[in-house]
Structures are given as structure tokens and as C-alpha cells.
Design a protein around this ligand. Structure first.
Ligand SMILES: C[S@@+](CC[C@H](N)C(=O)[O-])C[C@H]1O[C@@H](n2cnc3c(N)ncnc32)[C@H](O)[C@@H]1O
Length: 198
């Protein structure tokens, strides 16, 4: 377990944060985990009102969730992740950084009651079903129909949420974003988009 100074240092840069994980996980960072600057910006939008419950759909090793929780302590950040190995690393990083306003759930997101969360972060989790290169592992089934199923499932759930619900997408094809969500901000390259339900 780190002391307070080394724990805080984890949140200073991508390199220092990635040191929380074993080498194989660090190597995946650039391709699969949200960069520090993006995570802070996304979390700032989702936590703007303070006190809300924010869910990262497909939370991997917890990078977005932990960075959001660290910089926005008035909100509670959750992450749901289907792969138990990644979930395990997220729990370990939470413990090391002593992050109290974060929690991780090891489930497929379709098994979680999305009605109990206020705002959502989505880093193109279902895209792994469409590409054959750069997959995290080969332990699960991939298919285009699974991409469609997950995207439609999330679309329906997001459509049920009340006005004022905030959503951030990163690298998304936007198949899961219902028209009731209005884009209110974006990064210069349009990879990061902030949405609010009307
Ligand atoms: C691109 S990574 C992003 C990780 C994390 N959100 C971050 O930004 O650091 C997407 C993650 O979504 C997970 N995932 C994909 N489909 C999922 C599903 N149906 N339910 C839960 N997790 C899923 C993958 O296992 C992967 O860890």
C-alpha cells in the first residue's frame, strides 16, 4: 500500500498512473484506457452538478473511474467490467490509491440496473466486436451481432433516463446515443463528445 504522497503522485500523469498496473496492462494503455487529460475533462462534465452517481460502461482496469473519483470527490464513480482479470486490477488500484468514492462491478453491463446511475461514460466498449486486431484477449466471444445487441441495449436504457442526464462518449460510432441527447461540447478532434438529455 502506498503512502499519501506516492498515492497522489499516481494521478499526475499517464505514465505515473499506468505504473499502478503490471507491464502487460501498461502496454495496453495507449490503445485501450482513457488518457489522463481526457479522463479529467470527461469527469469534469459528468460531475459538474456534484453528488451524482457516474457509471463507466466497460471500465477495464478502472483508469477513467479512479481518475474521475480522485479529481471530483463530491461525486461517486462506478465502473462495470465484464473481464474478471481487468476487474481485479481495478480493485487493486483502488485499494493502493485509497480511493473511497469509487466502486467496481464485475458483470456484463446488461446485468446492471442502469436506472440507478445518474450519468454515464462510454469509451467505445463494444467496438472490440467489430475489429479483429488489437483485441484485449481472446477469452470471450466477439461478433457483429453482439455489437448491435449491446449498442441497442444501451440506446434503450439511455433513452429511458430523465432530462438532464449527462453522457460522455470517446471514440464512439454513436450507435448507442439516442436523438434526445444533444451534443453540448466536444474536443477539437471530435473524438470526445459531451451530451445532455433534453
Ligand atoms: C476501450 S476499454 C475502456 C476502459 C475504460 N473505460 C477506460 O476508459 O479506461 C473498453 C472496456 O469495455 C469492456 N467491455 C466491453 N463490452 C462490455 C460489456 N458488454 N459489459 C461490460 N464490459 C464490457 C472491455 O472488456 C474493455 O475493458
Amino acid at each position: 500500500m502506498g503512502n499519501a504522497i506516492t498515492r497522489r503522485a499516481s494521478f499526475l500523469s499517464d505514465a505515473s498512473f499506468d505504473w499502478l498496473y503490471p507491464e502487460g496492462i501498461q502496454r495496453m494503455s495507449r490503445r485501450h484506457w482513457t488518457p489522463m487529460g481526457i479522463a479529467k475533462k470527461a469527469a469534469g462534465f459528468l460531475a459538474a452538478e456534484g453528488g451524482g452517481k457516474i457509471l463507466d460502461i466497460g471500465s477495464g482496469v478502472g483508469k477513467f473511474t479512479l481518475i474521475g473519483a480522485h479529481y471530483y470527490p463530491r461525486s461517486f464513480f462506478y465502473g462495470v467490467e465484464q473481464r474478471s482479470e481487468l476487474h481485479h486490477y481495478a480493485e487493486a488500484a483502488k485499494e493502493y490509491t485509497k480511493t473511497e468514492n469509487a466502486a467496481f462491478i464485475n458483470l456484463n453491463f446488461t446485468q446492471v440496473d442502469l436506472a440507478t446511475y445518474d450519468h454515464f461514460y462510454f469509451y467505445n466498449a463494444f467496438f472490440e466486436n467489430l475489429v479483429t486486431n488489437d483485441r484485449i484477449d481472446h477469452r470471450i466471444e466477439y461478433s457483429e451481432s453482439l455489437y448491435q445487441y449491446y449498442s441497442r441495449f444501451l440506446y434503450r436504457e439511455l433513452d429511458r433516463k430523465p432530462a438532464g442526464t449527462r453522457l460522455v462518449t470517446f471514440h464512439s460510432l454513436e450507435d448507442e446515443v439516442p436523438p434526445a441527447y444533444q451534443q453540448v461540447d466536444a474536443s477539437a478532434d471530435f473524438r470526445l463528445k459531451m451530451w445532455m438529455k433534453r
